[in-house]
Design a protein around this ligand. Sequence first.
Ligand code: FE
Length: 187
Amino acid sequence: MNFKATFFLLILLFTLISCDSKGQNQSETTQQAHENYLNNLTYEEVMSNESKLSKAERSEEEWKNILSSEEFRILRNKGTELPFVNKYNSHYEDGVYVCKACGQPLFHSETKYNSRSGWPSFYAPIEEDAVDDREDNSFFMNRTETICSRCKSHLGHVFDDGPEPTGLRYCMNSAALKFVPKDSSDE
Ligand code: FE
């Protein structure tokens, strides 16, 4: 290989490496920015519908950039996390749960109960139109999928074996939710 060709190859290699690291940095920054956005939400803002919502329509590439791989698998590819060892299964603080993908308020802690299923369960969404139902016939089962009405991300499933007053059990993935504590407004 002559000098010119080697030089050209080296330049090409450096360009590829720098493009790659730039891409990774950007993805980390975006994921961090999304985490920061969620961490800065306050209970008061969320409950008065004054919190800024994150973009609801994104390409799959964009979702990949702002969500962790586990969150992406669940929210965008209808995945399910492991029971019992997830974040909010045994979590009973006062506050509100928002969509991890777009920030829309979904469930209030007042409707959370212990279903013993291993996943955080609620008997009603915070507003009737906060979530949408979708028929799910995967895995040879006939279930009703629950999605965020705003960004259409998968949250979990709804069953009709819940407690009064609705008789419904919204069985959610912790990774699809972000909890905003009630005392976050005092800070
Ligand atoms: Fe959403």
